[in-house]
Design a protein around this ligand. Structure first.
Ligand SMILES: *[C@@H]1O[C@H](CO)[C@@H](O)[C@H](O)[C@H]1NC(C)=O
Ligand SMILES: *[C@@H]1O[C@H](CO)[C@@H](O)[C@H](O)[C@H]1NC(C)=O
Ligand SMILES: *[C@@H]1O[C@H](CO)[C@@H](O)[C@H](O)[C@H]1NC(C)=O
Ligand SMILES: *[C@@H]1O[C@H](CO)[C@@H](O)[C@H](O)[C@H]1NC(C)=O
Ligand SMILES: *[C@@H]1O[C@H](CO)[C@@H](O)[C@H](O)[C@H]1NC(C)=O
Length: 494
């Protein structure tokens, strides 16, 4: 599971490449000119009135975006499911698909009918379904000359002919990958229509039809139908729905590590304490990155080299719901672990699966171990409690979920990546409209308040827990953030 030093350096090379691509395509500015500029004097009153009526009509349409409630299942326990997933309806007639929610990658894809090595059965306990474009009356192919494809690859690919499908290939942080082609179809989702109430609505979006999976994605131990990338790139589902005026680019998750499932909602979360705890996103990064400034363990500031958080043009700290654990650079990991374990000097440590530091402990871990608090720009803090960063392997045996991401290297360096271990039991709000992200401790089995844009009303959205047979899984995918999208053309015609 641990990527190891070799694959890790490969990983950083790829990450750099992705951000280069994003820099080029992320900077387009659309010139806006007012249609009536300089002509006002020549307009009759009735013309102006007609224009204003049309304008108001348009404004009404443009504020009709709704809040969306995605049903969640799963949990963040490394020794159980180790991931959170959502249910989506795709196609006509609509079929249910279970996809991992991943804020570290940028496309939605589901296993496709052509897939020979896709898992047929899942140890997570959900029923798997292959997407068959021929089985859906609303399915459309995306060819390499279409806008979606050319914008993905920053221009038309060499050798593109109008009948060639637009192919994708995504490699995730753990080395697993998915390849296939893009299709467009109707996605069904639950619009928030009142407090504790939803109604079905739909939107047409482009997603990947996964024809070939490798690594963990081909194994049934943790199999789902696909991955729902909630990244900022305009290929993601939220970006496409926002471009169509269906939703705002704001969403929140509350991953429930106590009961499983939790809350995943698109829309503006209304919570005063949360608004006061928002930190800016690092501009032009490939992921949701924030700037960490300090770490405290049990109230004592961790003494770190002065350049530890001096990110320069590097990525900062990655916030990623698709990763189970939390990864700290070796220079941070070492003192943090030392300070945590210093509270219990008599523990006998042993290593499990080559990566987890484990020990016997029979008391309440929250009484025996310190709280770890991260501090970010804008005086925003995030506390992780012992029962969150320690997980129980078996009775009286606990393991630490903190992982080292390795030593700093000159081409990239070690990363700081905060996954479900840190994000669970928090209400995390991604405000892409304002390029900021924030969180507060929260009971993720309860409900959150979201604003309905069209009426201005505030509605409650409840927690869900898609029931699944819980099983102890062996091969978990611990790092799933997007690594690399390569451009390729499927050499088959449609
Ligand atoms: C999508 O929603 C619209 C409006 O509610 C409805 O008319 C249409 O039939 C739906 N399409 C599908 C494929 O469900
Ligand atoms: C993505 O952005 C590019 C340019 O920024 C644009 O040309 C393209 O149409 C967008 N694609 C989608 C699906 O919105
Ligand atoms: C936008 O985010 C910044 C923090 O990055 C915050 O100070 C500001 O209040 C936010 N604005 C709104 C309208 O939420
Ligand atoms: C969390 O909320 C649920 C549902 O409202 C409630 O049953 C439970 O007691 C709450 N848990 C805590 C620790 O407050
Ligand atoms: C959520 O589902 C899991 C697995 O089916 C179950 O163990 C757990 O009790 C459920 N939690 C709630 C709050 O229903």
């Amino acid at each position: 599971m641990d990527p190891g030093p070799t694959s890790r350096s490969v990983l950083f090379g790829f990450l750099l490449l992705v951000s280069l691509i994003l820099h080029v395509s992320g900077n387009l500015v659309f010139p806006v000119s007012h249609k009536f500029q300089g002509r006002r004097g020549q307009w009759s009153l009735s013309e102006l009135k007609a224009h204003d009526i049309r304008r108001h009509g348009r404004n009404l349409l443009s504020v009709s975006s709704s809040a969306v409630d995605l049903e969640l299942g799963g949990n963040g326990h490394p020794s159980e499911t180790g991931l959170y997933f959502a249910k989506l309806g795709i196609g006509s007639p609509s079929k249910d698909y279970y996809v991992q929610v991943d804020t570290g990658s940028d496309i939605l894809w589901v296993n496709c009918i052509e897939c020979a090595n896709c898992p047929k059965k899942s140890d997570i306990g959900v029923k798997l379904t292959l997407y068959d474009p021929k089985d859906s009356s609303t399915s459309q192919s995306i060819t390499c000359d279409q806008d979606f494809c050319t914008s993905q690859y920053d221009g038309q690919l060499p050798g593109c002919k109008p009948e060639l499908l637009c192919q994708y290939n995504v490699v995730y942080g753990d080395g697993s990958s998915t390849a296939g082609y893009f299709v467009k179809d109707v996605i069904e989702f639950d619009k928030v229509s009142g407090s504790h109430q939803t109604s079905v609505t739909n939107g047409s979006i482009v997603f990947g039809c996964g024809a070939k999976q490798s690594g963990q994605l081909g194994k049934s131990s943790e199999a789902l139908d696909g991955i729902l990338g909630f990244g900022q790139a305009n290929s993601s589902m939220i970006s496409q729905l926002a471009a169509a005026g269906k939703v705002k680019k704001q969403f929140a998750h509350c991953l429930d590590n106590v009961n499983g499932g939790g809350i995943f909602a698109i829309g503006e979360v209304v919570e005063t304490k949360l608004k006061l705890n928002m930190t800016p996103l690092v501009a032009k990064s490939a992921h949701y990155n924030v700037v960490m400034e300090a770490i405290e363990v049990g109230g004592d500031v961790v003494d770190l080299p002065s350049d530890t958080f001096d990110n320069g043009d590097k990525e900062g700290t990655i916030i990623d719901s698709g990763t189970t654990l939390a990864y700290l650079p070796q220079v941070v990991f070492e003192p943090v672990m030392k300070m945590i374990l210093s509270k219990q000097p008599l523990l006998k440590l042993h290593t499990v699966e080559d990566q987890f530091t484990c020990f016997q402990y029979s008391e309440n871990v929250d009484d025996g171990f310190p709280v770890v608090t991260f501090h970010f720009k804008n005086s925003v803090s995030l506390s992780v409690y012992p029962h969150e960063y320690l997980f129980q392997l078996k009775e009286y045996v606990w393991c630490s979920g903190w992982q080292s991401s390795g030593m700093k290297t000159k081409d990239g360096g070690s990363m700081t990546l905060l996954g479900d271990l840190v994000l669970s039991n928090k209400l995390v709000f991604y405000d892409l409209e304002n390029q900021s992200i924030g969180w507060i401790d929260y009971n993720c089995s309860s409900s959150i308040k979201v604003r309905d844009d069209s009426s201005g009303a505030i509605y409650y959205v409840d927690a869900h827990n898609i029931s699944s047979a819980s099983g102890i899984l062996i091969g978990r995918r611990l790092l799933t953030f997007l690594l690399f999208v390569i451009c390729m053309l499927l050499q088959i015609s449609i």
